[in-house]
Design a protein around this ligand. Sequence first.
Ligand SMILES: [Fe+2]
Length: 431
Amino acid sequence: MLRKILISQLELGMFVHSMEGSWFDHPFWRSRFLLNDREQIEQIVSSDVKRVTIDEARGKKLLLPLEPVEGPKAAEPSARAPKLTRLPELSAVARPRSYLRDVAKPDFNRLTPRERAAEVRKASGTIKRSRAAVMALFEDARLGNTVKSRKLAPLVRQISRSVNIDPTIILNISRMKTKDEYTYLHSVSVCALMVNLARKMGFPEQQMHDIGMAGLLHDVGKTSIPESILSKPGKLDESEWITIRNHPQRGHDILAASEDVSNIALEVCLRHHEKMDGTGYPGGIAADNLSIFTRMSTICDVYDAITSQRSYNTPLSASEALAEMQSWSGHFDQLILRDFVDSLGILPVGTLVRLNHDELAMVIGESSTNYAAPIVRSFRSIESDRDIAPKDIDTGRNKSRKLVAIEEPENWGFTDWPLFSAKLLSMPSAQ
Ligand SMILES: [Fe+2]
């Protein structure tokens, strides 16, 4: 259970889930951690943070509870702790705790099949109209005209509406884009991804609109890149790279000359290829000077690019893409990336999970029948504490096998989870 408390109520052993206020107001890079050092508490107390949300399933509980906050409910601790017969180093480890995040309870469960079908039809219509509107806007930009972003406002509202009802619907459809549609539907996807992320991060409604519009407009500078470069399958030469690297500035110039473009859209357009470590383009600007909107846009832009069919790549699945992005150091704001993962309700490949049959398993992909249901490879029985023959289970198709918790590998004695998970992935499995 998540519980919001005052910082004066913090105690050693509590698990900090999040802190109130802007993420850069507090001194911790990660907002989720166990308080195991009094100095951590002192740091929080001396910061601007007033309240903290603790996860009582993962740490010490508050004796005099204040307001419970809405959010994912913690799973009951397992009745069975591991028997520790095969992994002696576990004997010193506290009984593993598990927790459920939003991913285990996707929103679309609220829709009946009929309602869902109706929403899919509406989302298809929204995407068609958005594609046409973005094409027209890009054509204006190509001809050297200013762009009329006001015309896109109703579409941003429709995309936001669809995302609010069930983000998987519009994201699923826009992921199916062909190579030819990529440039236009990429803008629609980034709009939907940014609105969805903004909702997860708790932005107010008006700002969510500006953030969505920024997603729709962010690549308008691509109109300055010849099609022969955009769709070139091979390596780009130096002059082609210069043209590519110039598109954020070109886009910014187009938007700056246009009416009714928000500062968020101007900034996202100019900065969406910057990286946290300062190795991006066009400015080579590092974390200190990258706004929260820019950080959100780099994540949404890359995620859609690597999960889409383009002329020069094979698209990654959603869970592969998230795992890949988490492994890149220096590119993204990791805290926002974590919110992004949660906002999609998709578990990255390599996530350790527990199944309802008391088995440990690892996520290896997502179901084709249900975007938010993972395909997992089970490999250990918790009851017998023995490895079992790896078996792939599509939790979208196999309704009797459910994911009940996300587990921390170190709690189960995996001292080198990346190595173990790589080995498990390379093993043959029964279907
Ligand atoms: Fe771009």
